[in-house]
Each structure stands twice: as structure tokens, then as C-alpha cells.
Write a protein that binds this ligand. Structure first.
Ligand code: NOJ
Ligand code: CA
Length: 698
């Protein structure tokens, strides 16, 4: 539904052109301006208060005149848009895409080259992008930098991670913009592959809060055939400027008209919950390109995984020191290999018994003896299993138990090797009845010199998903560039890691208790995360008395994460025997759903707490998760999201009386009560704690 000329006004006060656009609810106002020198800029106001001051827009081109100034407006057109669509898997049954759009068509007088700026104003924020239309004067071009500015109005509090080209697996820093300093970070943080960084360069999404209580978020949507955008922060003027991740020879993006940049997004609200309910990023992505999506299914899974992370088993079969032996195909087993047929059958039995959809097996294929750190091109072939893992036998057993196997493709960052073998690898999967793959990119990228976040790698991650769709395969990528809503276009992209997951708690300083209260405001804005919650044996000293590492939450908070983290793919990450010992708490993981009709963000404050309730897709049951940071928290929740007049059985999984993430993380209690939409529930969260609740209609 389009109707035009909703907010059209021209002014000529000191500018060659000035034009405003308002959000559907009139709370946000964007002003586009073209200076007398033909330089485009924009500003953003929220409830009549400036949130982004006049900020430049433009592109720098290699071996060419830049697209920064000297422009004239040829045409400017405003339209309104309101449309509903249904995601294949999601947090809501239906999503409303309502926005007003302004397209400004520019021509650069001296060169005759054309560039369009497209602005979309939603109720919760602004999005804009550059479009290079088909034209005589510009066909092939190379972007050497994008000059998009975000001129902030003050020294806001920010939640940020360093602008590493290779990894986002950092915990967040909470500082004023003026205090951003990458050089001061403790880099002894467990991250295996760090790319270049500079002092005041950070990644997006960056979540901010102004001193007068405004929540602001800068991010991007629909990154396709373009590098990831980092942000250079001027810690004195509070102007952020786009920095695109380069390729091996320092260029940013190779494009041919017609072409466009990803959307640059600025979300603004005085209510933090609005940032979490926003569907802007999804709305800015193209609708599904997969016609028949019936094979795309939500999944809860278990797997041969945590036992490697806690050091009980290994991925390799012959010992990681035996690379030379592996070359000679003389594999002598160490006896610690996790991915054996026997062990896999145990996990299949466990999955079948407790109603899990899938079983992931890592370390099933040859190559792990020398998989990491050698920048070696051909490590894995993705089709040859170790002698003690029988693919056919596992297939038959899984089929007999009604459990789906999840394939693992660790590429060790050798993308050239993976792409060469991709079709054979996907065919092998289909032959053995695998519908889902977890891919991984631990290591420096090959082709050598590329970064995980450059244009070529963005294209690879998208390609792997597009190609998988042809095979009806769902993809869960680890160490990929962080998602920007592309799972709307390819809904088989069911999850990604692309942030610091629970695994860091097993073998590094870990994730501070506030971590999971920040992720919804940052990484999750781009799409579902395979965070791998559900760790019950919190302290690694359980496995080895000398170990100090631990999960930085209580056990109850691990349960709550199944609701506060949205993902249609969720792992029950701990070992089966640990679940058997806490079978009453495990009941919540068995029952919790992963695909939803409705999501209610009940409370949220970045870095402090999040409380979310979700209604199961197609069913009357609800689930609630409440989490807090290192501080204990008391709150009261009105259950008015439940259907009025209906009675529900609520099972409450909460922190025990003296629970504390560090001193007493495993203390929990469970109680069952009857509730209605009129009930108010008092919740009591321990330091680093949480509450998880299931509601079933009576
Ligand atoms: C890192 C991934 O995040 C993790 O889940 C996986 O087990 C290892 N790489 C090995 O591929
Ligand atoms: Ca990882």
C-alpha cells in the first residue's frame, strides 16, 4: 500500500535544499539538507529534541572523484508504507512494516554521476542507504570508504566492543563515549583470532543511553555484497563515522551499478523495551527468496560438544600433536575422542527419551589433528569420518529413534577449501539425512589476507546459506560476520553465533553476569544466536579440581536464557548425565518452546536486567524468562499478557534463598501455582540470577 506526498516541504534557508520526513506517529523527524556546496547531510529529532545533529553522508571511490559533494537535487519523493508479513520462524506471528520514505535523487554537477539517498522513518528509528542507479557515467566502481556520520548530542553511556575485523567474541564495555579506549582493554580474554584494531574504533550494534534517559542504537541491516561497518568514535566531539572492513589489498567494496549500501539504522526511544520489540532490521531486509519453506523447522538439540569444551573429550582422534601422523593416515587413537558411534548413540537415546529434535556431533571427521593455528588450506574434506564414527550406522540409529542429526563443518577459516567442497559436503549431508549444519570459521581466513568481516567473507556467509537452501539445509554459522536480518530473506539461516557465547565460560575469563542483559540490545538485533545455554554444572572445578573457570550465572538464570534469548535453534548444552542429576530443573528445558506467536518485553535495561514473556506458536502455553546482572533484583510482574478468564498452571524455577552466581550458583527451587491474567507475581533474582516460568492452560 503506497500513497505519496505525505510530508513534502521545501525550504531554502542557507541550504540548496532542505526537506523533512516524519515517522508515522510523528515523534521522529529527519531533516535532509544539501549545503550550498552540494554536500548532503541529515539530522534526527525525537519528540522535538535533537538526537543526531547535522551529519555528513557520502562515498569515497578509488581512482575516481568521490561522491561527497557538488550535488544537486534532481527529484525528491515521499511515500508512506504499511504492510504486514509473516516470518517463517520468529518472535511474532505477524510483523508490521510501517514507515515513511523519502528518496532524494542527486546528481553531481561536475561529473554527471547520480546517487540516490533513501530514508525510511519508522516509529522506532531511522534507516537510510546509498543507491547507485544504472547510469552512463558510473558502472564499475570501488568504494575506498563510506563517509556516514552519526553526530551524537552528548557523552552518552555506551555498550561497546572493539572494532576487530575478525571477531565479535568480546564481552561488552560499559563506558561514556569519551572513555572508549581499545588500547586499555585486557586482551587476555580467550579469543583465538584477533584482527587489527585501533584505539577508538568499535563495532555496531552499539547501544547507548543519554544522560536524560534516551536509548539510542546504531546498527546496519541487510549487509549483502558489502563489508561490515565499524564505527570510528571521536571521543571529544562524539561524532561517529563509518569504517568499512577492508579486503586483502585495502579496498572496501567492489560494486557495479545498480548497487546499494546496506541500511544504516538509528533506533531511538525513551523506553528501552522499544529497542527490543523493534522489527526494523527485519523489515529492511528483502522478503523470503525461498518459496517452499515447509522444511524449515525450529530445533532444540543436544550434542557431543560441551564435553570437548570442558576437556573431558577431544575433537581429534589421534592427538593434536600428531599432525604428521595424520598426514600419513596412520591415526593412532588417544582414547579421548568424543565423536564415536557408541557415544553418539547415547546422545541419540537421550534426545529421543527427552523429546529433543536433533543431535550435533563435533569432531566426527578427519582433520582435527592440525586444524587450528597453521593457516593451512586443506584441513577438512567434510566427507571423511574418523574410523570410530560410522556415518551409516549413526544414520540408521537416529532414523530408528526419530532424531535428526546435525552436521558439523569446521572450516578452520579456509573458505577457499570449503567453497570448493561445499556441494560435495551438502550432498553428503543429504545422502545421510542431515537437514542442518553448524559451520565454523575459527582461524585466519584463506584466501589469506581477507578478514571475517570483509566483503568477500560477507558474500561467502550469504552464499553458504543460499546454496544450502537449494539442498533444503538449515545453517547455523559460528565465527561468521554478525547477522543483519538476512534470515528474513533466507529463513534457512536459522541461527548464528557471531558474539561471545556460553562456551567462553568453560575455558576463559568467561562472560560477566551482565553479558546476557546486553546481548538483546546489541547482537540479537541482527538475528537469532546459538548461545548454547543450559549449563547446570556451573563450575569447571567439577571436572578438574585445579580449574577456576565457571559460568557467571546461577543455574536458574541458565533456564531463563531460553526465553530471553530468541533463537529457533536452541541447544541444551550441558552433558546428559548432568541433566539426569537435576531432572526437575531439566524439565523446563524439555518443555520450553523456540518458535513464537507473541513476545512481550516486560522489563528491560541494558546491562542490568531483561524480563520477557513469549506465547508458543499455535498453542496456548506461555514461557517467561527474567535475568539480572551481578546485582540481585526484586520485581513484580503482572501476568496480564495471559488470556483473560483462563486459568494456568505456572511452574516457577527460581534462584534458591542463598543463591549467588559465584558463591552458590546451583541453589534453586521449583514451585507450581495456579495463576490468571489478574495475578501479580513477585520475583526474587539472586546476584547473577534469573527466574524461568512455564504457563500451561488448565
Ligand atoms: C568455535 C565454536 O563456537 C564452537 O561451538 C565449536 O565447538 C568450536 N569452534 C570448534 O569448531
Ligand atoms: Ca565461537
Amino acid at each position: 500500500m503506497k500513497n505519496s506526498i505525505a510530508f513534502f516541504c521545501l525550504m531554502f534557508v542557507g541550504f540548496a535544499h532542505s526537506q523533512e520526513l516524519k515517522s508515522p506517529d510523528n515523534q521522529l523527524q529527519m531533516i535532509f539538507e544539501l549545503s550550498q556546496a552540494g554536500k548532503p547531510s541529515y539530522q534526527l529529532k525525537y519528540k522535538n529534541k535533537s538526537v543526531i545533529q547535522s551529519s555528513n553522508l557520502g562515498l569515497m571511490l578509488k581512482n575516481n572523484d568521490d561522491l561527497l559533494d557538488g550535488f544537486e537535487v534532481i527529484n525528491a519523493k515521499t511515500t508512506s508504507f504499511s504492510n504486514k508479513w509473516k516470518p517463517v520462524l520468529g518472535e511474532e506471528e505477524e510483523i508490521l512494516d510501517q514507515h515513511n520514505q523519502l528518496i532524494v535523487e542527486l546528481v553531481q554537477k561536475a561529473t554527471g554521476r547520480k546517487m540516490n539517498l533513501v530514508f525510511r522513518l519508522f516509529n522506532e528509528g531511522l534507516a537510510f542507504r546509498y543507491e547507485i542507479p544504472t547510469q552512463e557515467k558510473l558502472n564499475y566502481f570501488v568504494i575506498s570508504e563510506e563517509v556516514t556520520q552519526f553526530s551524537l548530542t552528548g557523552d552518552h553511556k555506551a555498550f561497546w566492543i572493539p572494532g576487530d575485523y575478525d571477531s565479535q567474541e568480546y564481552s561488552y564495555n560499559e563506558t561514556k563515549l569519551s572513555q572508549i579506549d581499545v588500547d586499555k582493554l585486557d586482551m587476555n580474554n580467550g579469543i583465538g583470532m584477533k584482527g587489527p584494531m585501533t584505539k577508538s574504533r568499535i563495532q555496531s550494534p552499539v547501544m547507548m543511553k543519554s544522560s536524560d534517559g534516551l536509548y539510542l542504537n546504531i546498527f546496519e541491516a541487510a549487509v549483502v555484497n558489502y563489508p561490515i561497518m565499524h564505527l570510528d568514535v571521536n571521543t571529544k566531539s562524539f561524532v561517529m563515522q563509518s569504517h568499512l572492513v577492508p579486503n586483502a589489498i585495502g579496498d572496501k567494496a567492489y560494486l557495479q551499478a545498480p548497487a546499494n549500501s546496506p541500511w544504516r539504522t538509528i533506533m531511538v526511544s525513551d523506553d528501552a523495551r522499544t529497542i527490543l520489540t523493534s522489527k526494523m532490521v527485519l523489515n529492511l531486509n528483502e522478503p523470503s527468496k525461498i518459496e517452499d519453506t515447509s522444511w524449515i523447522k525450529p530445533m532444540k538439540y543436544v550434542g557431543i560438544w560441551w564435553e570437548m569444551h570442558v576437556g573431558k573429550a577431544t575433537w581429534d582422534y589421534a592427538g593434536s600433536q600428531n599432525a604428521q601422523m595424520a598426514q600419513d593416515a596412520e591415526l593412532k587413537p588417544t582414547g579421548k575422542h568424543g565423536a564415536t558411534t557408541v557415544n553418539t548413540k547415547k546422545y541419540i537415546d537421550f534426545a529421543a527419551k527427552h523429546g529433543f529434535d536433533g543431535v550435533l556431533v563435533e569432531g566426527w571427521n578427519v582433520g582435527w589433528e592440525d586444524w587450528f593455528g597453521n593457516w593451512k588450506e586443506n584441513v577438512f574434506d567434510f566427507v571423511t569420518s574418523y574410523p570410530d564414527f560410522n556415518v551409516e550406522e549413526v544414520q540408521k540409529y537416529a532414523e530408528s529413534k526419530g532424531v535428526k542429526m546435525i552436521m558439523h563443518h569446521e572450516t578452520s577459516g579456509s573458505v577457499s577449501n570449503y567453497e570448493r567442497r561445499l556441494d560435495r559436503a551438502y550432498s553428503f549431508m543429504k545422502k545421510h539425512n542431515y537437514d542442518a549444519v553448524k559451520s565454523g570459521y575459527v582461524g585466519k581466513i584463506i584466501p589469506r589476507g581477507e578478514w571475517h568481516d570483509g566483503q568477500a567473507m560477507v558474500n561467502h556467509f550469504n552464499y553458504a546459506v543460499e546454496r544450502a537452501a537449494e539442498y533444503k539445509i538449515m545453517v547455523n554459522s559460528h565465527e561468521s560476520s554478525r547477522p543483519t536480518g538476512y534470515h528474513r530473506t533466507y529463513p534457512n539461516y536459522i541461527a548464528a553465533e557471531a558474539a561471545r557465547g556460553n562456551e567462553f565460560n568453560a575455558w576463559s575469563v568467561g562472560n560477566p553476569p551482565a553479558h546476557e542483559t546486553i546481548l538483546p540490545f546489541t547482537r540479537f538485533l541482527g538475528g537469532p544466536m546459538d548461545y548454547t545455554p543450559g549449563i547446570f554444572e556451573i563450575k569447571m572445578s567439577y571436572y578438574d579440581a585445579t580449574k577456576k573457570e565457571q559460568v557467571h550465572t546461577t543455574l536458574a538464570k541458565q533456564l531463563a536464557l531460553y526465553v530471553t534469548i530468541y533463537s529457533p535453534l536452541q541447544m541444551a548444552a550441558d552433558l546428559p548425565e548432568n541433566y539426569e542429576r537435576y531432572s526437575d530443573a531439566f524439565q523446563f528445558i524439555k518443555e520450553v518452546e523456540v518458535d513464537w506467536d507473541k513476545t512481550e518485553i516486560l522489563e528491560a535495561e541494558p546491562g542490568d536486567y531483561v524480563t520477557i514473556a513469549r506465547k508458543t506458536k499455535g498453542k496456548e502455553s506461555w514461557f517467561l524468562g527474567a535475568i539480572t546482572d551481578e546485582n540481585p533484583r526484586k520485581t513484580e510482574i503482572a501476568l496480564d499478557f495471559l488470556t483473560p478468564g483462563k486459568k494456568y498452571k505456572a511452574t516457577i524455577y527460581q534462584d534458591g534463598k542463598d543463591a549467588h552466581w559465584e558463591q552458590n550458583p546451583k541453589a534453586y527451587s521449583i514451585k507450581t501455582i495456579e495463576v490468571t491474567a489478574k495475578t501479580k507475581l513477585k520475583l526474587n533474582l539472586a546476584a547473577g540470577g534469573g527466574t524461568a516460568i512455564s504457563f500451561f492452560p488448565l
